[in-house]
Ligand binder design. Structure first.
Ligand SMILES: [Cu+2]
Length: 123
C-alpha cells in the first residue's frame, strides 16, 4: 500500500467534456468522502451540460452546489449514499467556477473544508 501513490486531486489533469452528436456535454462525476472525480471539468459555454452524479460513499450523503446565476448556474443537488442524480444547466459565461459539498455534521468541519471541492472551467 505504501508504495502506491495517487496524485493529489488538485494536481489531476483537467477533464475535457466533449459534446455528443446533439451538442450535449455529458459527464459522470463520482462523489466520495471527501472528493469529486474528476474534480476539474472543462466545458464550452452556450451548450447544455449534463452532470451525472454518483455517490460512491458508504452511508455518507453528499451534494453538489454550483451557484452563480449570472453564469447560468443555480445548482444544488443532494445525492444519497449509493444513489445517483442528474443535473442539467447551460453555462452562459466563461470563467472558472467552484463547486463544492456543503454537508456538515455538528461540531465537525464541513465536507468542503475537508477538501470536497472542484472546478468547472467554462471556455
Ligand atoms: Cu459531502
Amino acid at each position: 500500500m505504501g508504495l502506491l501513490s495517487v496524485a493529489p486531486a488538485s494536481l489531476a489533469e483537467p477533464f475535457l467534456v466533449h459534446p455528443d452528436a446533439r451538442g450535449v456535454q455529458r459527464v459522470e462525476v463520482s462523489l466520495d468522502s471527501y472528493s469529486y472525480a474528476p474534480d476539474h471539468l472543462v466545458v464550452e459555454a452556450g451548450r447544455p451540460v449534463v452532470l451525472i452524479l454518483r455517490n460512491t460513499a458508504f452511508l455518507v450523503p453528499h451534494n453538489l452546489v454550483l451557484a452563480d446565476p449570472q453564469a447560468g448556474f443555480r445548482v444544488r443537488q443532494e445525492v444519497a449514499a449509493g444513489d445517483s442524480a442528474r443535473v442539467l444547466f447551460t453555462p452562459r459565461k466563461t470563467g472558472v467556477f467552484t463547486f463544492y459539498c456543503d454537508k456538515k455534521l455538528l461540531f465537525l468541519p464541513s465536507h468542503r473544508e475537508q477538501g470536497m471541492e472542484g472546478r468547472l472551467e467554462v471556455r
